[in-house]
Design a protein around this ligand. Structure first.
Ligand code: ADP
Ligand code: MG
Length: 548
């Protein structure tokens, strides 16, 4: 037997669990069932795809309670783990951003959203147990299995388990019953049933409650949620499923059901979250949808099903006509997958558009959380400029009727355009106040023209590839000669300023192309503008930073 130490981050997370920062401890069972279900999926997949020899005729999860010994056992006959895997998977936390999240978690003790983002998983057992024993045997490996045990206090032991069957058995040694304030105990049968029903009803393998005398009762309905008509599923069921696949504890903003029949059949259940994950803009963040083929789980994080700019969308696609053997490589080229992807994009964008009209508050939440990501789509998908611009909104110089500032859609901007105004004006910059105080703004403000204020980094880039909206050109007021007063600017006689302009041109020779008189300023003495087809100063800075 060996005694090993948990990795530092794992130890910290365990500390948080042992001292129960969670108010809802019931979720430990959901986490164990979720892991067991994953392990069953993996075994079935290994048999299908790698030809692993395994009996998959009765894949299931068992729960057994011993009230006298105060133990609760969750058993699966799934893929199991090797000894090395146990040490690696259970002893460490490899997920990116863990350290950072841990810090936040400790600050915000009672914030379930943060914990939700975390995916507490296996360690949540230490909220209710003072000792946890895990016995496992990996499918396809000869010889003995592995036994792991820990009290959650910094170390764990690991040992051989000679007779362990294939799969994983986890036994929780429950903490003493709290007589004073606990209305229930995790050895209560009704409590176990309630938790399974509430959190794990849709799990596609039977979850059986077994008693000492060998009797078994299946506790879940096993119905694939995406295959059921919307009218038959409660919001609560959808929300539980969403939590299961997303680890996000905030209820989703919108639920989308799709079903296609005919030559290529598929069903999809998509969720638009109500809040952006902390890693929305991190390269290694998890993204993509779950792919099923005829109710059989095939893979997580399938990026081929949804473009990057909609990476925050969660959900499941179940396709009827794909091979169960489909690999990621094949997926990328598959015509059907590309078609599904196009339809999903269309549906997501039209759902947001409906929200704009039907539920402006939800729409505002959506755009605040995900607008920055959605705008990347203007670069990625030229064909979708129109639907993306239609659901976009932007900060603007126009004030609302009560004098406040609110983002505007382009359609609303166009409606407010002044007599004779033909273009949509915008100015990019680092912050609202920087843009508002830019000298470029002066003449536009003075003349009462509305200017969009674009301050997201991605704004610098998409404005260069999107020429127009609704027949109106998008025009940066920092570039070229914006003809506010129809060409007057160029014709402006130099008058007494001739010598000054000449002097400045000579002095600034290396630095500017031209010095000219302008109408665009009202209070500032001078400003820098780029030529119409030059890159913007901010973009220039970005390129320079990238070493180009
Ligand atoms: P997550 O499920 O988010 O990866 P967990 O803490 O729940 O995090 O589990 C950590 C890892 O331990 C899992 O990814 C899986 O590889 C392994 N694991 C946990 N439970 C089981 C099980 N019942 N069978 C096989 N592997 C398991
Ligand atoms: Mg898990």
């Amino acid at each position: 037997m060996e005694t090993l130490e948990f990795q530092a981050e794992a130890r910290q997370l365990l500390q948080l669990m042992v001292h129960s920062i969670y108010s809802n401890k019931d979720i430990f069972l959901r986490e164990l069932i979720s892991n067991a279900s994953d392990a069953l999926d993996k075994l079935r997949l290994a048999k299908l795809q790698d030809g692993l020899e395994a009996d998959t005729s009765d894949l299931h999860i068992e729960i057994e309670v011993d009230a006298e010994a105060r133990t609760l056992t969750v058993r699966d006959n799934g893929i199991g783990m090797t000894r090395d895997e146990v040490v690696e998977l259970i002893g460490t936390i490899a997920k990116s951003g863990t350290a950072e999240l841990l810090g936040k978690l400790k600050e915000a003790k009672e914030s379930p959203e943060l914990i939700g983002q975390f995916g507490v998983g296996f360690y949540s057992t230490f909220m209710v147990a003072d000792k946890v024993t895990l016995v496992t045997h990996k499918a396809g490996t000869e010889g003995h299995g592995t036994r792991w045990e820990s009290a959650g206090e910094g170390t764990f032991t690991i040992d051989d388990a000679p007779d362990a069957p294939v799969g994983t058995t986890i036994t929780l040694h429950l903490r003493p019953k709290d007589e004073d304030d606990a209305l229930y105990d995790y050895t209560d049968e009704w409590k176990i049933k309630e938790i399974v029903k509430r959190y794990s009803d849709f799990i596609s393998f039977p979850i059986r409650k077994v008693s000492g005398d060998g009797e078994a009762e299946t506790l879940n309905s096993m119905k694939a949620l995406w295959a059921r008509p919307r009218s038959e599923v409660t919001d609560e069921e959808y929300h539980q499923f969403y939590r299961h696949i997303s680890h996000d504890w905030t209820d989703p903003l919108e639920i989308i059901n799709m079903k296609a029949e005919g030559t290529f059949e598929y069903e999809a259940l998509l969720f638009i979250p109500a809040r952006a994950p902390h890693d929305l803009f991190q390269r290694d963040a998890r993204r993509g949808l779950q792919l099923y083929v005829k109710r059989v789980f095939i893979m997580d994080d399938s990026k081929e099903l949804i473009p990057d700019y909609l990476r925050f969308v969660k959900g499941v696609v179940d396709a009827a006509d794909l091979s169960l053997n489909i690999s990621r490589e094949i997926l990328q080229q598959d015509r059907h997958i590309q078609m599904i992807r196009r339809r999903l994009v269309k549906k997501v964008l039209s759902t947001i558009k409906d929200l704009m009209g039907g539920n402006p508050e939800k729409y505002a939440t959506f755009w605040r959380e995900f607008g920055r990501a959605v705008k990347e789509g203007l670069l990625a998908e030229p064909d979708n400029h129109k639907p993306i611009l239609e659901i976009a909104s932007f900060a603007t110089t126009a004030l609302t009727t009560d004098g406040g500032s609110e983002p505007t859609t382009l359609a609303a901007y166009v409606e407010r355009m002044k007599e004779g105004q033909e273009e949509i004006y915008f100015l990019t910059g680092e912050s609202r106040s920087q843009v508002e105080n830019s000298p470029h703004m002066e003449a536009f403000q003075a003349e009462g023209y509305e200017v969009l204020i674009l301050t997201d980094p991605v704004d610098e880039v998409w404005v260069d590839v999107v020429p127009e909206f609704d027949g109106k050109k998008l025009r940066s007021i920092a570039r070229g000669t914006v003809d506010l007063k129809k060409d007057e600017e160029e014709k402006q006689p130099e008058g007494d300023f001739g010598p000054l302009l000449g002097f400045l041109t000579e002095k600034l020779d290396e630095r500017v192309k031209e010095v000219r008189l302008s109408h665009r300023l009202t209070t500032s003495a001078a400003c820098l503008v780029s030529d119409a087809d030059d890159i913007t100063p901010a973009l220039e800075k970005m390129y320079r930073a990238m070493g180009q």
